[in-house]
Design a protein around this ligand. Structure first.
Ligand SMILES: Nc1ncnc2c1ncn2[C@@H]1O[C@H](COP(=O)(O)OP(=O)(O)OP(=O)(O)O)[C@@H](O)[C@H]1O
Length: 609
């Protein structure tokens, strides 16, 4: 049996998987199933016959199930979860005796009523009445048995009015009703239910669930259910298994398995990452949540307000920057500009100031507001509203509508001696890299420049970059964005360029973090790790000042990608001696409680070692 994952830290009170009886009804013992699939596509049967005769047919093997072992005891209601194509139906077919496993054995104790493939055992040209007899015969019922139970079947399936209609005119839900009614008219020892429940309508699903409950309670029938509905499995089953890519990921109480599946189901990643995460799940320790903090507002406009309230001196700040929240690149410019004197950043909708921002500005004594963007990015109505709610403030609009122009205008707007001696040149979509760089670029007051388009750097931008104001230009983007020829002027002017380009955002994150650590002598200082969701960084758009105050490192994460998660595990394990807190920028759709718990468990475990 695969090891049962102890997920009691998730709140489950059931520590051990209890079966109603010790009597094993289904024993799947090291079962594998290998399908042979033709390598070439054959256009017709003739081509196939010729290829077969010439022995030219080539097959490739596909392992749909890989060394599966499980036991189902009498009275168990056993749920099988897994994403599409994970091997659930193949396993049920082996248990039902429809398929012979390629390796291993499957032992069944009792008779089985299989509800496996919708339409199997039916003739679509025949009427429902004829099909009841046909399907009943295939299940081994005698004609007189079906006659005795005919009305019961029809009544349960609710098809009285359609009895003499050919099945081809039935909906799939109606076929499922007949199939379920016939299969459960007898009391089987083992009932197998695949997909049938999912095609019936809600009322019928409930009716089926009630019948299953009766079969279990009154007759101790053993039930195996495949379902994509996590809640249904949790409701009906006492045990469950999660199968993925043909192997068992976790088995245990239905409650535990469903909780883990709910948050980790559908994730991608290597087998090593998967094992590392499941190994952590098996660790029964309960993480302490003092080490974690989350910034996530109801909207992207609320989070910067929370951030401002968490900033030391943030509320007393006399100056703020207002950026268009829908434009991530401009928000990054706001953070770069903020580094000059640590002004908090607030975000606005393009057409109106969000209520929460409006309220915050009214509460503060603000003497200056820098509005980032022309009227294409932030409407005149927003600026008018600022004049009304903050009449004493000087409002300066950086009146440009493209990211590239806005970056340049902002650089010129800041006094040249305020900016540091390094600059970043990047492109509008390079947000992940800019975020990773933010603590370093913020500390070093680095201006941010954008290219006009791929391979094109604005003339005045180029002139500023090679004018001698900067000792080094950090280039965020690969050859596809900045080909070597567009960088020739830097070489000519003797300005060193350091290019950052990773295979993926996580690789780029590692490269940037290592580079910063090698440059900055801050490795022995206490720091916080800021986690930002790579696909939706909207809660991190104003975090610049906080990165400085908290001495942060930014780590991008894709919580759906196990490799990304374990990559960050490795980082925090390596930094455990100086890491003081993990801070998540994102709501529960970006980072679930389980994601956070896994990271904390990993941190705590490395602190113990
Ligand atoms: N007869 C077959 N020949 C070749 N490959 C097959 C055969 N039957 C299933 N497979 C493959 O085996 C894998 C598992 O299929 P299976 O139907 O068991 O998945 P499943 O978990 O039930 O999926 P779903 O949730 O979509 O119903 C799939 O990749 C499928 O294409």
């Amino acid at each position: 049996m695969p090891e049962v994952v102890n997920t009691s830290f998730l709140g489950s009170s059931i520590e051990e998987v209890e079966s109603s009886s010790e009597e094993v009804m289904v024993k799947v013992d090291h079962v594998s199933m290998v399908f042979n699939m033709a390598n070439e596509t054959m256009n017709n049967l003739k081509e196939y016959a010729i290829a077969l005769a010439r022995r030219e047919l080539r097959f490739k093997e596909f392992r749909a199930l890989d060394d599966i072992s499980l036991e189902v005891c009498k009275g168990d209601v056993f749920g099988i979860l897994g994403t599409n194509g994970s091997g659930k139906s193949t396993l049920l077919k082996i248990i039902a005796g429809v398929l012979e496993p390629s390796e291993g054995t499957c032992t069944i104790n009792g008779n089985i009523a299989p509800l496996i493939e919708l339409g199997a055992g039916f003739d679509m040209e025949l009427t429902a009445r004829e099909n009841i007899y046909l399907n009943g015969a295939l299940l081994g019922y005698s004609k007189s048995f079906i006659e005795d139970h005919f009305d019961e079947i029809v009544e349960f399936a609710e098809i009285e009015k359609f009895l003499d209609m050919p099945l081809k005119n039935y909906s799939s839900g109606m076929v499922a009703r007949i199939a379920f009614a016939i299969a459960t008219v007898i009391v089987p020892d083992i009932l197998i239910v695949d997909e049938v429940l999912s095609v019936g309508d809600f009322m019928f699903q409930q009716k089926c669930e009630r019948r299953i409950q009766t079969l279990i309670k009154e007759h101790q029938v053993t039930v195996l259910i495949v379902s994509h509905d996590n809640n249904q499995v949790e409701r009906l089953c006492n045990k469950a298994v999660w199968i993925e890519k043909g192997h068992v990921r976790i088995d245990g109480t239905a409650q535990d398995v469903c909780q883990v599946y709910r948050v980790l189901g559908g994730h991608i990643g290597s087998a090593e990452s998967e094992e590392r995460i499941f190994e952590l799940l098996r660790d029964p320790s309960i993480p302490c949540d003092e080490l974690v903090e989350t910034f996530a507002g109801e909207t992207r406009y609320a989070t910067p307000v929370n951030l401002l309230e968490s900033l030391e001196g943030g509320e007393r700040s006399g100056s703020i920057i207002l950026a268009p929240g829908e434009n991530h690149a401009v928000c990054m410019l706001a953070n770069a500009y903020s580094s000059l004197n640590e002004m908090p950043v607030l975000l606005t909708r393009p057409d109106r100031l969000p209520d929460i921002v409006d309220q915050k500005i009214r509460q503060m004594q603000i003497s200056s507001i820098t509005v980032l963007g022309g009227s294409d990015l932030i409407s005149d109505a927003v600026v008018k509203r600022l004049e009304v709610i903050s009449p004493a403030a000087t409002i300066t609009r950086i009146d440009q509508n493209s990211e590239e122009r806005l970056a340049y205008a902002l650089f010129k707007h800041g006094e040249s001696e305020w900016w540091g001696r390094k600059a970043i040149l990047t492109y509008q979509e390079g947000i992940g890299d800019i975020l990773c760089f933010m603590p370093y670029s913020y500390r070093n007051r680095m201006p941010l420049f954008f290219s006009v388009s791929r391979g094109v750097i604005g003339e005045d931008v180029l002139k500023s970059l090679v004018s001698g104001s900067f000792d080094e230009v950090l280039l965020l983007g690969g050859e596809d964005v900045f080909p070597a020829e567009c960088l020739a002027p830097f070489e000519k002017a003797g300005i060193p360029i350091t290019r950052f380009c990773g295979k993926d955002p996580f690789d780029a994150n590692n490269i940037i973090t290592s580079w910063v650590e090698a440059r900055d002598n801050t490795t022995d200082q206490s720091f916080e790790a800021f986690f930002v969701s790579i696909w939706n960084p909207s809660d991190a758009l104003a975090m610049g000042p906080l990165t400085k105050q908290r001495n942060a490192t930014v780590l991008v994460e894709d919580a759906q990608n196990l490799d990304s998660i374990t990559n960050n595990f490795s980082y925090i394990e390596a930094k455990k001696d100086t890491l003081s807190k993990v801070v998540f920028f994102g709501d529960s759709t970006q980072f679930s409680d389980l994601d956070k718990m896994l990271l904390l468990k990993d941190l705590q475990r490395s602190l113990r070692s």
